[in-house]
Design a protein. Structure first.
Length: 237
């Protein structure tokens, strides 16, 4: 595995402007921007990300911890936080920045050995780490077993339908012709000479999220909307 994402974060962390490129499996390339956003502090976050922090309670599992921006903020607020990621470089950056507890662990492998959590945090579009609707439903049921009775999932996503770009619309049609949701992506990170592994990534509308969640033991309790396609959903049992 080439840790392109980790190399990106390590470069930014050591003072080099690092630009994030994602490749989709239809050949589409997107320059997301420089990686400084992964290191930003609370005042620089979007309004919905700031509002989402008010929904966090108790012990937190930060899924896809990245460079640790959310974990560090919540630690400073007194929350015990466990951050998980599969990127060795991201975990190293987190340790250097002071995240107290980070683990190398794929999301789908979480179990009771991590203890019980009051909040599952999936910020930065990390609802996408559910990968597919089928895996999302399976994992949501699994999360019931590692969370407290009044736990919540705070998850950010993007409504992919809010676009008029022909390349995106063609990708949506291709997915739908294969009985997939429009936002079932297959992407990989590229940085300099590094190319990450392909990974499934799920972006959904609010309606699709509600359909995925139904029958899993979770429900959408609140939606924090933005003026664009981003939103944060708060799921409760």
């Amino acid at each position: 595995m080439s840790d392109a994402f980790g190399e990106l974060l390590l470069a930014q962390h050591t003072g080099t402007a690092a630009y994030e490129v994602y490749e989709r499996d239809d050949g589409f390339l997107d320059v997301i921007g420089d990686a400084s956003a992964y290191f930003s502090a609370y005042p620089q976050w979007s309004a919905i990300q700031q509002q989402a922090m008010a929904q966090v309670a108790g012990r937190v599992l930060d899924v896809g911890v990245g460079a640790g921006r959310f974990a560090l903020h919540l630690q400073a607020k007194g929350h015990p936080v466990v951050g998980i990621d599969v990127s060795p470089g991201a975990l190293e950056v987190c340790r250097q920045r002071g995240v107290a507890d980070v683990r190398s662990l794929p999301f789908h492998q979480i179990d009771g050995s991590l203890g019980v959590f009051d909040t599952i945090l999936m910020m930065g579009n990390n609802f996408g780490l559910f990968a597919t609707p089928q895996r999302a439903r399976w994992l949501l049921r699994r999360l019931k077993g590692v969370t407290s009775p009044d736990a919540r999932i705070v998850a950010e996503s993007r409504d992919v339908y809010a676009t008029d770009r022909p390349g995106h619309l063609a990708y949506h049609r291709r997915n739908q012709a294969r009985d997939k949701l429009a936002g079932e992506l297959r992407i990989r990170c590229r940085f300099r000479q590094y190319t990450g592994d392909w990974m499934p990534y799920l972006m959904v509308s609010q309606t699709e999220m509600a359909q995925i969640v139904e029958g899993t033991g979770w429900r959408i309790d609140e939606i924090i909307p933005s003026s664009g396609s981003q939103y944060v959903a708060v799921l409760t049992k």
